[in-house]
Write a protein that binds this ligand. Structure first.
Ligand code: SF4
Length: 260
């Protein structure tokens, strides 16, 4: 198949779209599952509850149909779920392994005891070498990350990231800037270098407004007391992304993935 083409003034828009759509990454929400309680996640909104109720674990046969159509890249970045909690996730990685697709896996990385064992992670990191990039959402340099990633354990996740790195997997440390971690950004850059992780700083323009109609009552206290970042670390758009310590592997992976 011919490659992705830029839209030309003479193109008929529908033809261009159908030709190029398969180059887009489907962003898959694989289930209704997550064990964390990040305050600004859709899961914590009033509107999140009904969506969670309607959702279910994506099955292998349906996953196969999706990737038979989208042949070039895949994003696992859920809106109401984290991909690692779909019980079929290793099977999905195995299906994608070696197919040349570029895959972005956005996860909080929090293991469920007895399920995400070291063996589970080793198998996960074995798949998609140089094809998969693991984006771990860890918003801080230590246990304070759990102020936002409520329910997470920094040390456990850090060990998992190190394991991935030691096995040759592409590891990106995604760090959302908040008031409690903005003074530690320089240290985060040093740590990323020491560990060989690429660091992705995310600055958002999302405020913590407890009066917003979609905020659940149970979240209002957290919203009221959450330390917002200073103006200089607040993004102008929904999110501004800045990469540091971009490793050669990440550079190559990103170059071949203009859509991810
Ligand atoms: S880890 Fe992701 S899916 Fe889970 S609560 Fe946080 S933002 Fe939501």
């Amino acid at each position: 198949m011919a490659r992705f083409t830029e839209l030309q003034p003479t193109d008929r828009i529908a033809d261009w779209y159908t030709h190029n759509e398969v180059w887009e990454p489907p962003n898959m929400d694989l289930s209704h599952r997550c064990i964390l309680r990040c305050p600004q996640c859709l899961r914590q909104d009033k509107e999140g509850g009904p969506r969670i109720k309607r959702s279910y674990d994506l099955e292998v046969k349906d996953f196969q149909k999706i990737i038979d159509y989208f042949k070039h890249c895949v994003a696992f970045c859920g809106q109401i779920s984290d991909p690692i909690y779909n019980p079929n996730f290793l099977k999905f990685l195995k299906i994608l392994d070696g197919t040349g697709r570029r895959v972005r896996i956005a996860t909080c990385g929090q293991s469920v005891k007895g399920r995400h064992t070291r063996k589970w992670w080793e198998e996960a990191f074995t798949y998609g070498m140089n094809e998969n990039a693991w984006y771990f959402g860890v918003d801080g340099i230590d246990q304070k990350s759990a102020l936002y990633r409520i329910g997470s354990n920094f040390d456990e996740i850090w060990e998992t990231m190190r394991l991935g790195k030691s096995m040759g997997a592409i590891i990106v440390w995604q760090y959302i800037v908040f008031g409690y971690n903005e003074h530690e950004i320089e240290r985060a850059k040093e740590m990323a270098k020491e560990e060989g992780f690429t660091l992705l700083l995310v600055k958002t323009n999302r405020g913590f407004y407890p009066q917003e109609r979609n905020v659940r009552d149970s979240m209002k206290d957290i919203y009221n007391n959450f330390p917002a970042p200073s103006k200089e670390n607040t993004g102008k758009k929904i999110k501004n992304e800045e990469y540091f310590n971009v490793t050669r592997e990440v550079e190559t992976w990103r170059k071949t993935n203009r859509h991810l």
